[in-house]
Design a binder for this molecule. Structure first.
Ligand code: NDG
Length: 306
């Protein structure tokens, strides 16, 4: 009846021997390696945020099927509606705070839809990667060589490997957050190319191959051909349920996603509507195998009320 799975889907032994983030830097080789797309715009009163539920069957082996379910969000006018929040509110990254998505959205004044966003160091609570929230560079965050999502001041959505000198350019970005893995680039699966360019230490599931190939809960941010932001939550539990990144990228392409990156997933994957948890976290509650509890996480991707 009870499921004695380990709660944590990051490897605690690895935390102790991890290298510093600084050792993970790759020199920027000068080629443009990100995609930009004009955000859809709507007059105030005509903006929409639409959340739908899906259940799909994925063929694994012949004669076998597995069911995967989750939530699919479409945001019209993301430039005006979408913002990145620090854990628990402003100053959360500098304080290396971890907070549930529910608590962060409540203390930041509400979001119609909110999901977990950036990776963090489970051992210290540090936010990983550059974070820009509501035009402000977030203190205590540092650039990382990972696929990122950003919204520029000129109203474009950006996905991919943004060079550090652009991320640090004052007044250029409205929002910025990094993930691990550029899943879809220009309507095509981009995982093998992305794998070569990622700082693998950002995630602590294991090797980059293990991270890519494990079934897990996932959180994705991307866009469609209309410039609407697409936020996808996949229900899962590392090594037991959910999607690996290949299945996920294939699913996104078939649904018309043009560019998408993978945000923090596993026990961190959380979907909150108007301050209420609506997803099924994979972490068990303390001493309660059956009940599932929200993990305190790092940054949050917040969709404000239209
Ligand atoms: C989740 C991640 C893990 C990461 C941790 C902290 C997955 C499958 O959160 O890699 O180190 O950010 O995304 N797991 O457990």
């Amino acid at each position: 009846l009870l499921m004695p799975y380990p709660d944590e889907d990051y490897n605690d032994n690895r935390v102790k021997v991890r290298r510093s983030i600084g050792s993970c830097r790759r020199p920027y080789n000068g080629t443009v390696n990100f995609q930009e797309w004009i955000s859809s715009r709507r007059a105030p009163g005509h903006q929409s945020v639409d959340v739908q539920r899906f259940v799909v069957s994925l063929p694994e082996n012949v004669g076998q099927e597995k069911w995967v379910y989750g939530l699919w969000t479409v945001v019209d006018d993301p430039v005006r509606l979408v913002t990145v929040l620090e854990p628990g509110g402003p100053g959360g990254c500098a304080a290396q705070r971890r907070e549930t998505v529910t608590a962060t959205t409540i203390s930041c004044g509400g979001c119609v839809v909110a999901v977990n966003a950036g990776f963090f160091r489970p051992a210290t609570g540090a936010c990983i990667g550059a974070v820009i929230s509501n035009t402000q560079q977030v203190p205590g965050t540092q650039f990382s060589h990972n696929a990122a999502f950003g919204i520029r001041h000129d109203g474009s959505l950006v996905f991919g490997y943004v060079p550090p000198e652009s991320v640090e350019q004052h007044g250029y970005w409205r929002e910025f957050v990094a993930g691990v893995g550029w899943l879809v680039r220009n309507g095509k699966i981009y995982i093998s190319e992305s794998k070569e360019q990622e700082c693998s230490d950002t995630q602590e599931t294991g090797t980059i191959d293990r991270f890519i190939n494990a079934l897990s809960a996932r959180t994705v941010v991307g866009h469609d051909s209309h410039g609407r932001l697409i936020i996808v939550h996949i229900e899962g539990h590392t090594d037991h349920r959910g999607m690996n990144l290949w299945e996920l990228a294939d699913f996104l392409v078939r649904q018309g996603v043009i560019n998408a990156i993978n945000l923090d997933g596993g026990g961190s994957a959380t979907f909150v509507v108007n301050g209420t948890l609506v997803s099924y976290p994979s972490d068990a509650c303390p001493h309660e195998n059956m009940w599932r509890c929200e993990r305190p996480v790092s940054t949050v991707l917040c969709v404000r009320a239209p």
